[in-house]
Design a protein around this ligand. Structure first.
Ligand SMILES: [Mn+2]
Length: 411
């Protein structure tokens, strides 16, 4: 008989994320945004019940930080109770954002929830109708970082059990975009006989390999402009013969990058109509936070930004689109101006420009922001930015600086 299990694989819930970067938004929208991680969790529970799955796997970073907000713990407990009512088990491991030693609250979860208790890889049993159907392997972070490779600790002993599933919160060795925790090589995972590798840590969903499946489900709700598009979890069905995977979107609010060409505008007021037209042409299925890029061929746009006219236009647009049932809001804007004067045409020598470019290339950018993050008062409120964030800031600074220096002669 071909036996089967079905489960949901989620990770990086980051419940109660503070969305600090959006605090300037209208208060009612900001409230809604702050609830979004909890709503995504509700969607997850609904999907688990609708699809009548056997269990849920959550591979680390359930909470946004080690303090594990009490609100998040209570919500999570409720979610787990709803799953328990339907006979659905939960297997969870803690990650680098919610490591065990940082936990200050003492909420106890219902007994359908199985937690990996420490940093040693262990296996937990899943029984269905009295049969030991699956073994789930994993570990939890005890401290903020696990830097050693854990793959050698994943060992299958009881080969009579039909399904072996591994949970691992970490990243591929040599991945420089993210902090490398519990680093692994793909070959180290594939050479073992696990049916499925349920990864966590990387917030962008990715199926790294199909035989066996090695999967990052990504986070369940985007939290900033780099976490775009649909976010959710995977519904996985394992039989002894095959594995099927379906993505289920859970996010309540979507970060949406949008590029609009406004090169035909000759006066600032014309921006409004062009932007509105292009917004109207888009299909909206959930509230969106728009990260707008305006493209133009000359620097008038830069001037409209400098004299506040662009901001006025965006305020008017936001006022209108934020009233819609499925609201949208432009929370970030950047300019992409094609025509740049050659260095020789400016008052700056080529040598100076080259020097500046070299300086950007050689500096990571962290030196310039580090002081702020180390400041005694500031660090209470600010989390250290990721490498990705810092390099984003650097790119933006570089673009602005060169636009102003090289476009300066045109004003
Ligand atoms: Mn995470």
């Amino acid at each position: 008989m071909d036996r089967e299990v079905t489960f949901i694989h989620a990770a990086d819930l980051h419940l109660d994320s503070p969305f600090k970067g959006l605090m300037d938004m209208p208060a009612d929208l900001f409230e809604e945004i702050k609830w979004s991680t909890f709503q995504a969790l509700e969607e997850l529970v609904r999907a688990a019940i609708d699809k009548e799955i056997d269990f849920v796997l959550i591979t680390g970073d359930l909470f946004d930080n080690e303090k594990q907000s009490l609100k998040a713990q209570i919500r999570l407990k409720k979610a787990f109770e709803q799953l328990k009512d339907q006979g659905i088990a939960v297997f969870l491991s803690y990650g680098n954002h919610d490591f065990l030693k940082g936990n200050i609250h003492q909420v106890t979860y219902p007994d359908n929830v199985h937690i990996f208790p420490d940093e040693q890889v262990r296996d937990l049993d899943f029984y269905k109708n009295g049969e030991l159907l699956a073994k789930i392997y994993g570990f939890s972070y005890e401290n903020r970082a696990v830097i050693e490779n854990k793959t050698s600790e994943y060992i299958i002993e009881d080969t009579k059990v039909p399904f072996h599933i591994a949970m691992l919160h970490g990243s591929i060795k040599g991945n420089e975009e993210h902090d490398t925790y519990a680093p692994f090589r793909l070959s180290e995972l594939t050479e073992k006989d696990f049916k499925y590798w349920a990864l966590g840590h990387i917030h962008k969903r990715a199926v790294l390999q199909k035989n066996p499946y090695i999967v990052y489900p990504g986070n369940i709700q985007g939290r900033h402009r780099k976490e775009t598009g649909e976010k959710g979890c995977y519904l996985v069905r394992l039989t002894e013969m095959e594995t099927t995977l379906d993505f289920i979107p859970l996010n309540r609010i979507e970060f949406y990058p949008l590029k609009i060409d406004v090169s035909e505008c000759v006066a600032a007021y014309q921006l409004e109509a062009i932007i509105m037209d292009s917004l109207k042409s888009l299909k909206v299925t959930r509230p969106q936070l728009l990260d707008l890029t305006l493209q133009a061929n000359d620097t008038s746009l830069r001037n409209w930004q400098a004299n506040g006219q662009l901001e006025d236009v965006l305020d008017i647009i936001n006022e209108s689109i934020s009233q819609e049932q499925l609201w949208r809001y432009i929370f970030h804007v950047q300019l992409d101006i094609k025509e740049r004067l050659e260095p020789s045409e400016t008052s700056f020598g080529e040598h100076f420009i080259d020097e500046l470019k070299r300086s950007f290339a050689e500096n990571s950018g962290i030196d310039y922001v580090e002081q702020l993050y180390q400041h005694r008062q500031a660090r209470k409120y600010l989390d250290l930015p990721s490498q990705e964030e810092v390099s984003g800031w650097k790119q933006e600074a570089e673009a602005r600086l060169f636009d102003q220096l090289l476009g300066g002669g045109r004003r």
